[in-house]
Ligand binder design. Structure first.
Ligand code: HEC
Ligand code: HEC
Length: 374
């Protein structure tokens, strides 16, 4: 990991030269962002889970970002910044091309203790585009939406599609008597249907090597999980822990504990990097899974994982898991199919009232609490 430079947050008079030096040391070649605004806008969905922009934008988990480069760092009114961020501001942090570049590359290493739990944007030109986009958003939110976009998408400035009609607005109630929701489109079902079975069913096409995994891991995962999966701070450890499961303090890692490789693949693909989930390509996920196997001594450095050899990998702890045969236990085996329709014989009648059942307190004593059943 690149080391953090303590003189990095410096006050104006000396900032330029020190910033230049720091930026060179951080390996980033440019100081002036020359990014493309509309490319930056297109990248914003990865920030939108935590940040709003546009007219009337408010704070989400992160502060709203209208005019962020035109205000002092960490000064959005009504937003509670982390102590880490406040400390950086006290030390002189101000947002300009160079500091934003460093923060967006690796928020948590640039501002230790920041609550922006986001892995960072590894690609330099994408960072430039993002900065160019942020810089032209005015304090009132103009600039968040492209000038040629229709005016009424302000609340969701990045919406790209026409909204589909809700069931209650359609003439034919295709969605049952309650008119709630709408039928999922086939492409939505496909997009959600990403689970993978232990035998490999559901795996996407593709492959990835341990070698390719190293780079992706070091730029996108190591900041939290440590360079060799040993964990940074209190983030989860991803390797080792073998033979510790019967200890008083077992170390449960994906290598020592998890029974199936499909869970590793699925978890990384679905949820990581934390704060930027679903940003990895299928080949990236194969590479990372291969590298995690390597870190856990299950394969050698030449290994390449693909859908073809996936089911040949057996995780060390698989035999210590048993099939869930709970449904054969007597109390479950006796369950009959529950009735779902026309289950009551005869007319329905009110038999109890909430007040009498004592779920609605009326200030009376216990004598009010009796139930009455017809
Ligand atoms: C997981 C949530 C999350 C994501 C994703 C995220 N951020 Fe943040 N961001 C935060 C939080 C929380 C803060 C406040 C930091 C603090 O107080 O430590 C913050 C702070 C910032 C700030 C400083 C704001 C200020 O008022 O000084 C900028 C700039 C920023 N984020 C830009 C981005 C950009 C650009 C992206 C997308 C590439 C992004 N963030 C993605 C949560 C997030
Ligand atoms: C911002 C910090 C962060 C980054 C970056 C990050 N992770 Fe995680 N990771 C977490 C957290 C937090 C959890 C635990 C989440 C939970 O238990 O709900 C986790 C859990 C995991 C787990 C499951 C571990 C276990 O034993 O439960 C795996 C595997 C994993 N991450 C892989 C990755 C990979 C691969 C990357 C890089 C693409 C990555 N992570 C990037 C924070 C991060």
């Amino acid at each position: 990991m690149k080391s953090r430079l303590d003189g990095f947050y410096v006050r104006r008079p000396v900032r330029l030269s020190l910033t230049l030096l720091s930026v060179m040391l951080m390996g980033s070649g440019q100081v002036v962002a020359e990014g493309d605004v509309s490319s930056g806008r297109a990248l914003f969905p990865q920030c939108a889970a935590c940040h709003a922009v546009g007219e009337g934008a408010g704070h989400l988990f992160g502060p709203m970002l209208n005019g962020v480069t035109q205000r002092a760092a960490a000064s959005a009114e009504g937003y509670r910044y982390s102590d880490g961020m406040k400390k950086a501001v006290d030390a002189g942090l101000a947002w300009d091309d160079a500091t934003l570049d460093a923060y967006l590359q690796s928020p948590m290493s640039y501002v230790p203790g920041t609550k922006m739990a986001f892995a960072g944007i590894a690609d330099e030109s994408q960072r430039q585009d993002m900065i160019a986009f942020l810089k032209q958003i005015a304090v009132d939110g103009t600039g968040a939406v492209a000038a040629d976009a229709t005016a009424d998408v302000v609340a969701t400035p990045l919406a790209q599609e026409e909204p589909r009609p809700l069931a209650r607005d359609t003439v034919v109630p295709e969605h049952g008597v309650l008119h709630l929701g709408r039928q999922a489109l086939p492409e939505e079902v496909v997009a959600w249907d990403i689970d993978i079975r232990p035998d490999g069913l559901g795996l996407p096409a593709g492959s990835g090597s341990v070698e390719a995994g190293v780079d992706i891991y070091d730029t996108q995962c190591a900041v939290c999980h440590g360079v060799f999966g040993e964990g940074e701070g209190r983030w989860p450890v991803l390797a080792g822990g073998f033979d510790s499961l019967t200890d008083e303090r077992p170390e449960k890692t994906i290598g020592s504990y998890w029974p199936y490789l499909s869970t590793v693949f699925d978890y990384v693909r679905r949820a990581m990097p934390f704060g930027n989930a679903r940003s990895l390509s299928d080949d990236d996920v194969y590479s990372l899974t291969a590298y995690l196997l390597y870190l856990n001594d299950q394969v050698d450095e030449e290994f390449t994982l693909s859908a073809d050899n996936f089911s040949s990998i057996e995780m060390p702890n698989v035999d210590n898991f048993i099939d869930d045969d709970r449904m054969e236990e007597p109390q479950y085996a006796a369950i009959v199919e529950p009735c779902m329709q026309d289950c009551l014989e005869g007319e329905a009648a009110v038999t109890q009232r909430a007040r009498i059942l004592d779920v609605t307190p009326d200030g009376g004593g216990d004598e009010d609490a009796g139930g009455s059943i017809d």
